[in-house]
Design a protein around this ligand. Structure first.
Ligand SMILES: [Zn+2]
Length: 114
C-alpha cells in the first residue's frame, strides 16, 4: 500500500490519498499524537500506565507539520515545526491510523458518494 498523495491542505490538516483510491484528511495533531518514534511511543505508554490524564506540555509548533520526506519507498519521515523529526511513519502504519481516524466520532465526514 502506497500513498499517491500526501499534502498539507490547511494549517491544521493533511490530505492523504492511497493507491487503492481511498482519501483521508487528518489533523496534524492527530498525526503527531501517533508519532511512532521511540521517545513519543514510549512516553505515551508510560503516561497511560501512571498518569491517566497527563498535562499536555505544548511546544510551539508541535502540531505544525513542516516537511514530509519519503524514505526508501516504505515510509514518511515527518519534520515538525518544533524540530521533532525522528518519527518514521511506515506506510502500513499511516494507513492504519488513517482508517482509525475515520472511526473517531468527532470527525466530520465529507459525504462523498461514489
Ligand atoms: Zn516522536
Amino acid at each position: 500500500m502506497h500513498p499517491s498523495q500526501f499534502k498539507k491542505i490547511s494549517e491544521e490538516e493533511v490530505f492523504v490519498k492511497w493507491d487503492d483510491g481511498r482519501e483521508y484528511s487528518l489533523t496534524m495533531k492527530y498525526l503527531r499524537e501517533r508519532c511512532p518514534c521511540a521517545s513519543c511511543a514510549g512516553e505515551s505508554v508510560l503516561w497511560r500506565e501512571y498518569k491517566p490524564n497527563p498535562l499536555q506540555i505544548l511546544t510551539p509548533g508541535k502540531y505544525n507539520l513542516k516537511a514530509a520526506e519519503v524514505i526508501g519507498n516504505y515510509a514518511f519521515a515527518l519534520t515538525w515545526a518544533d524540530g521533532h523529526n525522528t518519527g518514521i511513519y511506515a506506510f502500513d502504519y499511516l494507513k492504519k491510523i488513517c482508517e482509525e481516524y475515520k472511526k473517531e466520532p468527532s470527525v466530520q465526514s465529507t459525504d462523498k458518494a461514489d
